[in-house]
Design a protein around this ligand. Structure first.
Ligand code: ATP
Length: 360
């Protein structure tokens, strides 16, 4: 029996609602398919923990997580604590400490889902945005001087290292090579940011010579937003910095139906540390506790986690169940135009898994 240890960190807001739903689905896959087991440990870290202990996770939190095969994460953020404290105290601490430098963000217009784009323009949205995940604009370098005085200064310094840039660009180029379209769009802002971004461009130009089999183009990040709206079919794999890809992938989620469906994987590709899987949405406090959060982003993140663990059959069964749910249309959550609760969507997916004939 193949055994995997999963650390579940539901976090704040709707995080616990969608991660609970995701764990019900994962448990059902284990029972239905057989051959593997998931040993899931829950960590109640997040804002409640912070309000009690003054930190988002215990001092040895990272040490505890190290022994797991993967982390299944909900969200971090709560109006009772400033966002930069909750984000840095948990999610970014994990991404940076575990060198999860490749943030993989697929966007697909699922069958039956309506895009806000007109006339079927989005029908062929099948993108993967690769976000650098450990440095750049979110490196954490900076500070404040003369606090509270009229002369106060606040600095956030983007940090780009040659090794950090090279590895994420190579990861994106290799991914593009593995896909049928073999296309990569390189996103930059080197017209205005003339140091780190120009190095980002130089390194890409050097790497490109080894990928002559790919169709490669270069876009400024502002122009990329308009291309995503006006010419979505022309895009395949996109690589961008930490901040740029963060923004582009929220737009990608909205264009492919809703923030509630988009998944992400924070990968440490070398496997030295556990990788982390989470829906891209945040805590969404406006809908917390109402049982209306769309759990599909958490389910799709579980698909990515299962693929990462090597359980491709289970991943495929879950992805098929998600697509049946969106295509069928009778049990859609509110953000996709339906009236189903989180629990009803989860029950629908569970039925699809139980009815599936695919067994390994
Ligand atoms: P963050 O600042 O971490 O991005 P946030 O709460 O400000 O978090 P999001 O959670 O990313 O923002 O989402 C913005 C809005 O989209 C939410 O307020 C909510 O209305 C909607 N939304 C997000 N996720 C879901 C979901 N899973 N189901 C339904 N609606 C969602």
């Amino acid at each position: 029996m193949r055994e995997y240890r999963i650390a579940a960190i539901p976090g704040d807001g709707i995080g616990s609602e969608v991660i609970d739903a995701g764990i019900r689905v994962l448990d059902s896959l284990v029972k239905h398919i057989g051959g593997f087991n998931l040993s899931i440990t829950h960590f109640p870290w997040g804002t409640d923990f912070y309000l009690e202990h003054g930190k988002m996770m215990p001092d040895d939190g990272l040490e505890q997580l190290k022994k797991f095969d993967a982390i299944y994460f909900g969200s971090a953020g709560d109006p009772r604590v400033p966002d930069h404290i909750s984000l840095w105290g948990l999610r970014l601490a994990i991404c940076q400490s575990f060198d999860q430098y490749a943030n993989v963000r697929p966007s697909i217009l699922l069958p039956g889902v309506q895009s806000p784009l007109r006339d079927g323009a989005a029908d062929s949205i099948d993108w993967v945005i690769i976000r650098e995940n450990t440095e750049g604009e979110y490196a954490g370098a900076g500070g404040r001087v003369h606090s509270g005085h009229a002369s106060e200064v606040g600095l956030d310094v983007s940090v780009f290292t040659r090794s950090g840039v090279e590895r994420i660009q190579r990861f994106a180029l290799d991914l593009a090579r593995s896909r049928p379209q073999k296309k990569l769009t390189f996103v930059t802002k080197s017209n205005a940011q003339r140091h780190g971004m120009v190095m980002w461009d130089d390194i890409f130009d050097q790497l490109c010579s080894k990928y002559s089999d790919l169709t490669i183009d270069k876009m400024l990040v502002d122009a990329m937003t308009t291309r995503m709206v006006l010419d979505p079919k022309s895009i395949d794999v996109v690589v961008a910095t930490n901040l740029h890809a963060d923004i582009l992938s929220d737009l990608a989620a909205a264009l492919s139906g809703s923030m509630g469906i988009a998944p992400t994987a924070n990968l440490n590709p070398e496997g030295e540390f556990p990788s982390m899987f989470e829906p891209i949405h945040g805590s969404a406090f406006d809908i917390m506790g109402k049982d209306i959060a769309n759990p599909i982003g958490a389910f799709w993140s579980a698909v990515m986690m299962l693929n990462h663990l090597g359980e491709a059959s289970a991943a495929q069964i879950l992805m098929n169940a998600i697509e049946k749910c969106t295509l069928d249309g009778t049990c859609l959550p509110q953000d996709l135009g339906g009236a189903a609760t989180t629990e009803q969507v989860t029950d629908f997916i569970l039925d699809m898994i139980r009815g599936s004939n695919d067994r390994v």
